[in-house]
Design a protein around this ligand. Structure first.
Ligand code: SF4
Length: 224
């Protein structure tokens, strides 16, 4: 596994530079959003393309402007609204349960990670997003897309579940450990969507290819 500090620094530098030029613009990346709006975006974004969510995000917030409005609506009405973006049953149950919990807590989130982890229906990814986007901590938005980029570049994880793989978790935290933590996270997610795609990554035009483990293992094309 190649995790040398210099390689991590090189990866961060390249991705931050790439993000400055190529980063995507989404409504949930605007500065000054409320905690509610930030959390809703992250819940909707799980397992769904950001472009799809961007078409529904503002409308969702108009329809359901607060945790209270989600509680009042109930899972069925939330689900009806979410039908076009898929996974609506699962997502609406989760959003409703989270809303009930947040209303119970008067919208207050604990800063301490172990208390955050105790909030039901949050999960590791959303807890990381809360730390990064609300508490400005250096946490990784580690999902399958970030995992794919990190594993291709640095080497594969051992465990099937991203949440419990110590190598990948440690690596993701090291990558997020920069004063531009938000930008490196968004940069990796954008890079995963546009360059290091799940199928047919665009290795030939990739700025990381010289140091990328996956690229170094590709068969060399020879002319007959
Ligand atoms: S060279 Fe290919 S596999 Fe490696 S980071 Fe770039 S796009 Fe991804």
């Amino acid at each position: 596994m190649r995790q040398e500090e210099s390689n991590i620094a090189y990866f961060q530098e390249q991705l931050l530079g790439w993000y400055l030029v190529n980063g995507r613009i989404f409504p949930w990346r605007k500065p000054g959003l409320s905690k509610y709006k930030l959390i809703i975006a992250e819940v909707l974004l799980q397992r769904t393309k950001a472009e799809t969510i961007s078409k529904y995000y503002d409308g969702f917030l108009l329809k359901f402007p607060s945790w209270h409005s989600l509680v009042d609506a109930g899972p069925e009405r939330i689900g009806d609204y979410l039908k076009p973006i898929g996974l609506y049953q699962q997502r609406s149950k989760r959003l409703y349960a989270l809303a009930v919990e947040m209303v119970k807590r008067n919208g207050i989130l604990p800063k301490d990670r172990s208390s955050l982890d105790e909030i039901p229906f949050l999960g590791q990814y959303i807890a990381n997003a809360i730390e990064l986007l609300i508490f400005e901590k250096r946490s990784p938005l580690l999902d399958v897309n970030m995992a794919r980029v990190l594993e291709r570049y640095f080497g594969e994880r051992k465990m099937a579940d991203i949440r419990y793989d110590p190598y990948l978790q440690d690596l993701a935290y090291k990558i997020a450990d920069t004063e531009f933590s938000k930008e490196i996270n968004w940069g990796i997610l954008d890079f995963a969507a546009l360059i290091c795609k799940a199928r047919k990554p665009l290795c030939e035009i990739c700025l990381l290819k010289k140091q990328c483990l996956f690229f170094s293992q590709l068969p060399v094309m020879t002319t007959p």
